[in-house]
Design a protein around this ligand. Structure first.
Ligand code: PGA
Length: 254
């Protein structure tokens, strides 16, 4: 049995007071939903405030990025050690990091290793561009990203993966449940090749890209899909609650 995880990636949105208001608007309703791991990933500056608000709940906290070094002269960066005391999860290798901040598979890999070393659960994002899918390169790109992110990682324990096709992020054009399931099968197969099926079968793999309350069930009812990484819809309390409710309902039937 794999953990079902719904994570809200707030990206570069919300001031500290807006973040606190958003948590207060969702906290109790999210807490009442069982069987789903709920993770909030606010901006760095709001981690402490959000942490205080969810302290005695089952809600978990995640960061959206981090540096791979534990400390040092890296002005403006946030280290794994700083996050380890604050949150449980960290999103790594998001396509926006890869695209706008030049994060290569090697950098993502260093971050994954650093996160695991301090006890954080990395949510490793992989996904192909539209032209890569159209050229028939999806499988090659995805397996390269998975293999790259996991290089020298001794086991898949605590690893979470999010499959986010870039063409589906923030576009309102989600993949179909079947497309996502097919690609996630490729991801699991590649992890099985690297670590054996028993380990690969334990890794929660999320889908991400224009997930809403209206379409989340289409993904979660698929065999290989264990949750969602939600961007835009995680900034609206009612929508995020609906996503988690739908997930719990589908999971109950699975
Ligand atoms: P979206 O973003 O839900 O707004 O498409 C998903 C993500 O980038 O994690």
């Amino acid at each position: 049995m794999r953990t079902t995880i719904i994570a809200g990636n707030w990206k570069m949105n919300t001031t500290v007071s807006e973040a606190m208001a958003l948590v207060k608007a969702m906290r109790n309703k999210l807490e009442a939903i069982n069987g789903v791991e709920k993770v909030l990933c606010p901006p760095f500056v709001s981690l402490t405030a959000v942490r205080e608000l969810i302290l005695n709940s089952s809600l978990k906290l995640g960061a959206q990025n981090m540096h791979f070094e534990e400390k040092g002269a890296y002005t403006g960066e946030v280290s794994p050690l700083m996050l380890a005391g604050l949150c449980q999860y960290v999103v790594l290798g998001h396509s926006e990091r890869r695209q706008y901040f030049g994060e290569s598979d090697e950098i993502v890999n260093k971050k994954v290793q650093a996160a695991l070393k301090v006890g954080l659960k990395p949510i490793i994002c992989v996904g192909e561009k539209l032209e890569e899918r159209e050229k028939g390169l999806m499988e090659e790109v995805i397996t390269r990203q998975v293999k790259g992110a996991l290089a020298s990682v001794p086991s898949l324990e605590r690893v979470v993966v999010a499959y986010e096709p870039i063409w589906a992020i923030g576009t309102g054009r989600a993949a179909t449940g079947e497309q996502a399931n097919d690609t996630i099968s490729i991801i699991r197969h590649e992890m099985g090749r690297l670590y054996g099926a028993a380990q690969a079968d334990m890794v929660p793999i999320q889908y991400g890209g224009s997930v809403t309350g209206a379409n989340v069930a289409e993904f979660l009812c698929q065999k290989e899909i264990d949750g969602a990484l939600v961007g835009g819809a995680s900034l609206k309390a009612d929508e995020f609650i609906a996503i988690v409710e739908q997930t719990a309902a589908v999971k109950g039937k699975k």
